[in-house]
Design a protein. Structure first.
Length: 414
């Protein structure tokens, strides 16, 4: 049986939904999957690559086109979702064909990188994907925890708060790798942020005037099926503070997280799970609330990334980081990066950082930087001073790739 690999036709969307529901059955999953076609303003038919066999759709790979922040610039990300094959057609390479087509589509649409979440990392490495470490923090709350007094009032979010929540999210995540830049249509249609039915775990902090100072959301990473047995538990998946209150961030953070902690204790549990950025404010709150040695930071391996062009993304780094590089004293050096398209060389030995000919004498350079480390540097999750490279390369990496608090918010899951 020979499969035909092609883009989905618009009139096949319902058949595609049926395929996904066979792979991920669940009474609520049709509503979840429908948004890929009817709730994503960026969807195009060729963003769903399919394999047709015996006159029916048997395998799919879906692309979610997203704009995400990355410091001074924006990146066009292709989110890989709904990698699925009907059980009776598995093991024949049909999904491999769909995935190869999807990569070609993202390359042709000039996307910067692809992101996916998986439990079968070895499979995706064959297609050029590399691990992107993401943090998760588990906290064992001390049994004698008492919520301190706060001048902020915490209450469930109301429909009148929506505009303020969107404004706070936009400002708080303006530069944060790899936070989705949410448009009004995205809030409405993809996240289904309905003023008549706000998430039950969404709470806001207000001051005496009633102005919203920040918000917190508890729940799970948005997906059709849990990635592990712990995904059904309540956890903090989004925390945003009004940037106009920069000097009060810890106080607002403390008020919001303490409200979550009190709710946990009232429910009879003392375990708090956070999949948010570990900002200094968050860490300070957790240090006060946790029992002795009760904080555990783990690295999740479910995220994988892939560069979609040899050096376009690195050219953006060179342009955007040139002033920061000069302010750091213009440290000279060359960095070699491994990519799915061969090696790329960033040359900072001249007046400005630039991408150089990859045929440069590699014997004069440090060991190549892996694709995984490239994205960790790009998204600010690796302290370049700890990298196993020469002092000169460390100075150059530090100037080009500042430390950041990367996060991919759970509500943006695909």
């Amino acid at each position: 049986m020979t499969a035909v690999f092609r883009a989905l036709r618009p009139d096949e969307r319902e058949e595609c939904l049926d395929l996904w529901l066979r792979v991920w059955p669940g009474y609520a999953n049709r509503t979840y999957f429908e948004r890929y076609f009817y709730g994503d303003v960026g969807w195009l038919p060729y963003y769903t690559q399919v394999a047709e066999c015996d006159g029916r759709l048997v395998s799919t790979v879906h692309i979610c086109n997203r704009t995400v922040a990355c410091g001074e610039f924006r990146l066009n990300m292709g989110g890989i979702a709904n990698v699925a094959t009907l059980p009776e057609y598995r093991g024949r390479g049909y999904n491999t064909g769909c995935l190869k087509n999807a990569i070609e589509v993202m390359e042709a649409d000039a996307m910067d990188f692809a992101l996916l979440f998986t439990g079968i990392n070895a499979y995706y490495r064959k297609f050029g994907f590399a691990n992107l470490p993401r943090g998760r923090t588990s906290v064992r709350i001390r049994p004698d925890f008492k919520r301190p007094l706060s001048r902020f009032t915490i209450r469930p979010a109301a429909s009148r708060d929506i505009y303020a929540l969107r404004r706070i999210y936009s400002a708080y995540n303006h530069d944060r790798p790899i936070a989705v830049q949410r448009s009004e249509a995205y809030w409405r249609d993809w996240m289904r942020f309905d003023p008549r039915n706000l998430p039950s775990g969404l709470m806001v902090a207000t001051v005496g005037s009633g102005d919203i100072a920040g918000y917190v959301c508890t729940g799970g990473f948005s997906s059709a099926a849990p990635y592990d047995s712990d995904d059904s538990s309540v956890r903090v998946i989004e925390l945003c503070i009004d940037t106009k209150l920069e000097y009060q961030e810890e106080e607002v953070t403390r008020s919001l997280l303490n409200e979550v902690i009190v709710g946990l204790l009232c429910s009879g549990t003392r375990k708090l799970v956070l999949e948010i950025a570990n900002t200094p404010a968050v860490l300070a709150v957790l240090a006060d609330a946790a029992e002795l040695r009760g904080i555990e930071h783990t690295i999740m391996s479910s995220s994988m990334v892939r560069l979609l062009h040899h050096d376009n993304l690195l050219k953006s780094v060179c342009m955007c980081a040139s002033e920061r590089w000069r302010n750091a004293g213009s440290p000279a050096g060359k960095l070699t990066f491994e990519t799915p398209y061969g090696r790329a060389v960033l040359d900072a030995t001249g007046t400005l950082p630039r991408m150089a000919d990859a045929a440069v004498d590699s014997a004069q350079l440090d060991a190549p930087i892996s694709q995984s480390d490239l994205f960790s540097l790009l998204f600010g999750t690796v302290d370049s001073h700890l990298a196993p490279y020469s002092v000169q390369s460390q100075l150059l990496m530090s100037a080009l790739f500042p430390k950041c608090d990367m996060v991919y918010w759970g509500a943006d899951g695909f």
